[in-house]
Write a protein that binds this ligand. Structure first.
Ligand code: C2E
Ligand code: MG
Ligand code: MG
Ligand code: MG
Length: 282
């Protein structure tokens, strides 16, 4: 009986996946996307030092759809390559727009999937899009997850080194959720480690999460990397991270992901973290 239900369940999932992949086809052709930005604040100064570009699907009848509902399908079908190109292009257009309004935008971080790296032309495409928009590579960082590193070490290592040579900043995203081999931090040229929000959520009450966060910060620092905590929602979490010398925070506590236009106001207003939450420098 349960087998039968399982089969039915799987079948429904397959159909839904196929439907979404089909709709993604139209979404790519019609550019049904919106790019939001979530500011990152530095814990020593309280200032915005970067922001992460996060895609949403502006579906004509279903409204805004979160990436959690379509990125993994687009990765499976390979559609993520076209979507990813749109993201890079749109980020460049937004940077130009901010520039034309005389807003000095901080570094923009772009999420990249393993599948995009496997497309042999990813490096050239990214470089070309940046050059076409007159955006310097040092305005951009790439956030990648461990799944990329597990595919083909040498090839990935070479691409990452080439990005780094160009001046692009590299961040290891969602640290702690995958294999989290410490050797990744030694062998690949990362600048940042992002502590996954699953460790931040209960950082004040769960001694295991607190210990992991502290260990990641201290290990990353001893390797010369900076640390960003994601999913920071409360001042208590912020205070903990500050006391344990985390470098930057990102999360609803400082700002939700907002539109390119709202980012402009956010930056113009010189929005900062409250002073009492800043790190006291020795
Ligand atoms: P991520 O890169 O780890 O991004 C962080 C996620 O945490 C975002 O979800 C963000 O909105 C959410 N978040 C930020 N602050 C808080 C907070 O305080 N509390 C909670 N509960 N959540 C917070 P989002 O935007 O739904 O994106 C989910 C994932 O989708 C991203 O995880 C990333 O892996 C992927 N993604 C988003 N945009 C792109 C893209 O352009 N390309 C690719 N390949 N993947 C993307
Ligand atoms: Mg990310
Ligand atoms: Mg993340
Ligand atoms: Mg995450």
């Amino acid at each position: 009986m349960s087998k039968c239900f399982d089969a039915q369940d799987m079948n429904e999932k397959m159909i839904e996946k196929t439907l979404i992949a089909d709709e993604l086809h139209t979404a790519i052709a019609e550019e049904q996307w919106v790019l939001c930005y979530q500011p990152k604040a530095e814990l020593t100064t309280g200032k915005v030092v970067g922001m992460e570009a996060l895609i949403r699907w502006a579906h004509p009848s279903k409204g805004l759809i979160s990436p959690a509902h379509f990125i993994s399908i687009a990765e499976e079908t390979g559609q993520i390559c076209a979507i990813g190109e749109w993201v890079i292009t749109q980020a460049c257009r937004d940077i130009l727009q901010w520039r034309s309004h005389e807003v000095q935008a901080p570094n923009v971080a772009i999420n990249v999937s393993a599948r995009q790296f496997q497309d042999g032309e990813f490096f050239e495409k990214l470089v070309r899009i940046l050059a076409n928009h007159d955006v310097s590579p040092n305005r951009i960082s790439l956030e990648i997850t461990e799944s990329i590193l597990m595919t083909n070490d040498e090839f990935i290592g070479d691409i990452l080194k080439n990005f780094k040579k160009l001046g692009i900043t590299l961040a290891l995203d969602d640290f702690g959720t995958g294999y989290s081999a410490l050797s990744y931090l030694k062998y690949f040229p990362f600048d940042y480690v992002k502590i996954d929000q699953s460790f931040v959520r209960d950082i004040n009450t769960n001694s295991g999460d607190a210990a992991i966060a502290k260990a990641v910060i201290s290990m990353a620092h001893s390797l010369g990397l900076r640390v960003i905590a994601e999913g920071v929602e409360t001042d208590a979490q912020c205070e903990f991270l500050c006391n344990h010398l985390c470098d930057e925070i990102q999360g609803h506590f400082f700002s939700r992901p907002i539109s390119a236009g709202e980012i402009e106001n956010f930056l113009r207003a010189d929005t900062r973290l409250p002073e009492h939450l800043l790190r006291m420098e020795k």
